[in-house]
Design a protein around this ligand. Structure first.
Ligand code: NAI
Length: 344
């Protein structure tokens, strides 16, 4: 089997090259992202491997299926960039549902600590031998309230970490875990009561812009908002207004709704066209990083392994454990898990 590996970065090659020989597969690394213009580069391959910012639209799917590609291997958990309805019965789409929830939760916590205690700004100052601490004051997290939106794998670990700081935890999830000791509240109560808000839910039509002007208005003026999930969960224009109007204490973003054109790339020699991104990064209380929450050795190892396992299952005609289709997602779940049958 030969894999066309789009949006390949040097660190991807390190981890996939470690294992691919063992599976007997070949990888064609392609620097470009997958799009209608670049699908042709997959010619002669059996599968394409894509990441969060590759766009797998209906047209791309038709082109890929036409040239004999059989699988789309997502080397990530999120899948909002794939048109599942279009891929149904044409291409099997598989993902890596979990690689290291610890990596993301720990990173969300790192963002929180930096935004709160301003270590990123302190570092810049002391590098320049400026040992002044004016403007670097933070708050004790101990005794404060953290609101966690989404109590799945990552959200639950974030809760454990923040409890370690002595924070009170409240959470919102439309499917609250029954076996937990988490105090679930309504979303409005969460916005109103939290000193720290961290978002850990998927991007869906329902969650799109869940942090909007209305939600921001309800938050405490001192609240710190952390988003390591997906950019479009937050309405960037509304967030910028809230920061400008001193309606929010601090913001840590590892994701941004228009990140596709910028994140994972070196744009340091260019003039950035994205006014909202530049404005966001101009605020002293906003810290933006480039979708790196997942990026630990353990996670990269698990991503490479699971991606190659997914293809091996297809090659062997086995049950595709990590397959996902529009029926699984949009229609309340097909019963493939129970019957151990593939989506098609
Ligand atoms: P998960 O599937 O284990 O948990 C998601 C939780 O969100 C579930 O409990 C679900 O019930 C809940 N949820 C669904 N709709 C909701 C809504 N409207 N409001 C509140 N909660 C809702 O997913 P996991 O592994 O915890 O990942 C969470 C998100 O983190 C992913 O969807 C992905 O977008 C993001 N992520 C970001 C990474 C990064 O590098 N920045 C890496 C990996 C994941």
């Amino acid at each position: 089997m030969k894999i066309a590996f789009f949006d390949a970065k040097p660190y991807d090659k390190v981890w996939f090259d470690n294992y691919v020989v063992e599976y007997g597969y070949k990888i064609k690394y392609i620097d470009s992202r997958l799009s209608l213009e670049t699908t042709i580069l997959a010619k002669g391959c059996d599968a394409v491997c894509v990441f969060v910012n590759d766009t797998v639209t209906k047209q791309v799917i038709d082109e890929l299926a036409g040239m004999g590609i059989k699988c789309v291997l997502l080397r990530c958990a999120g899948f909002n960039n794939v048109d599942f309805e279009a891929s149904y019965k044409k291409l099997h789409v598989m993902r890596v549902p979990a690689y290291s929830p610890y990596a993301v939760a720990e990173y969300a916590c790192a963002l929180l600590l930096s935004v709160n205690r301003k270590t990123h700004r302190a570092y810049a100052r002391t590098r320049d031998y400026n040992f002044n601490i004016n403007g670097l004051v933070g708050m004790d997290l101990h005794g404060k309230t953290a609101g966690i939106v989404g109590t799945g794998k990552i959200g639950r670990i974030m809760i454990d970490i923040l409890r370690g700081f002595g924070m009170n935890i409240i959470a919102f999830d439309p499917f609250p875990a029954k076996d937990s000791d988490i105090q679930f509240v309504s979303l409005n109560e969460l916005w109103e009561q939290s000193d720290v808000i961290s978002i850990h839910c998927p991007l869906t039509p329902e969650t799109h812009h869940m942090v909007n002007a209305d939600a921001l208005e309800k938050m405490k003026d001192t609240a710190i908002l952390i988003n390591t999930s997906r950019g479009a969960l937050v309405d960037t224009a509304a967030l910028i207004e809230a920061v400008k109007n001193r309606k929010i204490g601090g913001v840590g973003l590892d994701v941004y709704e228009e990140e596709d054109d910028y994140f994972f790339e070196d744009r340091s020699n260019e003039i950035l066209d994205d006014e909202a991104l530049v404005r966001l990064m101009s605020f002293p209380n906003v810290l933006v990083t480039s979708h790196q929450a997942f990026f630990t050795q353990e996670a990269m190892q698990a991503i490479a392994r699971t991606t190659l396992d997914n293809l091996q299952r297809f090659e062997r005609g086995e049950f595709l454990l990590n397959e996902i289709c529009y029926q699984c997602e949009d229609k309340g779940g097909c019963d493939r898990e129970k019957k151990r049958v593939n989506c098609f």
